[in-house]
Design a protein around this ligand. Structure first.
Ligand SMILES: Cc1cc2nc3c(=O)[nH]c(=O)nc-3n(C[C@H](O)[C@H](O)[C@H](O)COP(=O)(O)OP(=O)(O)OC[C@H]3O[C@@H](n4cnc5c(N)ncnc54)[C@H](O)[C@@H]3O)c2cc1C
Length: 379
């Protein structure tokens, strides 16, 4: 698998997928044919997560090729991400509680042999071991495989979901606080209380084209139980108006300023914020750190080519930048850094998020009803 760290690479991938493979997406998307054959899915998540390409652009490109009804499944998947983001924005304590729990569980499990074996891919479950290598090598796993992986981690290896979610964030190129934390919570059965996802031998065999056999799993485990409930915290996602001649902070979730809603505003200077491991609670693998750095450099080059004044700076230099606003980094480690250091930044929210997040108060099935409305705002 190859994830070229550039917008040009992302656009090539998008165009190739739409022209050649989108038509079969809804039929074939659940199959994991292995890392050498990913043509049935888009593999765009590392780029969408970093804002190198955005949801609106991906959906519009798909609609240039096929009608909404032919594309519906793909569009729904792209907007699942927007939904998870909004869901977490309305309940940010789910993320902060996750980090608190993780801190405690890390200590409890630091010498646990089962946990260490799982991290090394040395369990007695062959498919799981193979996915551990794949994750570390390719920094990507197929969606169905993420579900099997998380399910085996939680229900067969009996490890805490919080540690599995950390392991994913360390290695995935598309690692994202919302999709990842909520994906793991969903598999465990604490996202939709009492509903968990149980991987089974027949399902793995079928959807991996029989690449694995003799898969002994706990196929009858009950869902995990959490007594925590999260009510919605009302948030104000409106943009400040006085922006001209301010400095703009761009975090690693918005690395294509030139396609944002704010592209026509004149900022004094754009600061591209690099957040390396020193200031992260979850330390990323070297490959993920490098991928992010390359994507930031690619954005810098594109801005410089347009003669836009910009500079890459480390996150701990924000305190020295005056008169600044910032593209909203969303719930996650960048926002945590700002909050922990009491750095007040006027945020700019994407129109897509402002519009969609109002529908994230309930479940995805409710959100789905608003998808045509959301898309109608694209033009
Ligand atoms: C336990 C678990 C952890 C996950 N962690 C992450 C994560 O950290 N970051 C991340 O981007 N996705 C995560 N996902 C969601 C999903 O697995 C990936 O987005 C998807 O596999 C990316 O591959 P693709 O680009 O080929 O997807 P495609 O099938 O081609 O879909 C197109 C786009 O839609 C979005 N999308 C698709 N499926 C989902 C989904 N189930 N949830 C949210 N968005 C989706 C992605 O942005 C994706 O690029 C996780 C899922 C699970 C079950």
């Amino acid at each position: 698998m190859n994830f070229e760290a550039s917008r040009a690479g992302a656009l090539d991938k998008l165009n190739y997928f739409v022209e050649n493979n989108l038509s079969e997406y809804s039929k074939l998307r659940n199959f994991d044919y292995g890392p050498e054959n990913r043509s049935n899915i888009s593999c765009l998540s590392p780029y969408i997560t970093h804002g190198v390409i955005n949801e609106k652009e991906v959906i519009k490109r798909s609609l240039d090729k096929y009608s909404f009804s032919k594309n519906e499944k793909f569009i729904q998947e792209v907007l699942w991400r927007t939904y998870w983001k909004g869901w977490l924005e309305l309940r940010p304590n789910v993320w902060s509680d996750y980090l608190i729990e993780l801190n405690k569980i890390r200590e409890e499990f630091k010498d646990n042999r089962n946990y260490l074996n799982a991290l090394e891919g040395k369990t007695n479950i062959e498919c799981f071991n193979s996915w551990v290598s794949e994750l570390k090598e390719n920094n990507y796993l197929h969606n169905h495989t993420r579900m099997w992986f998380a399910s085996i981690w939680i229900f067969t290896l009996e490890l805490p979901w919080q540690l599995g979610a950390e392991f994913f964030l360390q290695h995935l190129y598309d690692g994202d606080a919302a999709s990842n934390t909520l994906g793991w919570r969903w598999v465990a059965g604490v996202q939709t209380n009492g509903k968990h996802y149980l991987a089974s031998e027949w399902n793995i065999k079928k959807f991996t084209n029989n690449r694995f056999s003799n898969i002994k799993l706990n196929e009858n485990a009950p869902p995990k139980i959490s007594n925590k409930t999260y009510s919605i915290i009302k948030q104000d996602f409106s943009n400040s108006t006085n922006l001209e001649n301010k400095n703009l902070l761009v975090f690693d979730n918005n690395l294509s300023f030139e396609i944002t809603d704010f592209q026509n505003l004149k900022f004094k200077k754009i600061f591209l914020i690099s957040n390396k491991n020193e200031n992260r609670f979850i330390k990323l693998s070297e490959k993920v750190v490098k991928f992010k750095a390359l994507l930031i450099n690619d954005q810098e080059q594109r801005l410089k080519a347009k003669s836009i004044n910009c500079q890459v700076v480390d996150i701990n230099e924000i305190e020295n930048i005056d008169n600044c606003c910032g593209l909203y980094p969303t719930v996650g480690e960048n926002l945590d850094y700002l909050n922990l250091n009491n750095l007040k930044v006027d945020f700019l929210y994407r129109t897509l998020d402002q519009y969609s997040w109002q529908y994230c108060n309930k479940g995805f099935f409710n959100f789905k009803n608003y998808i045509p409305k959301i898309i109608s705002t694209f033009n």
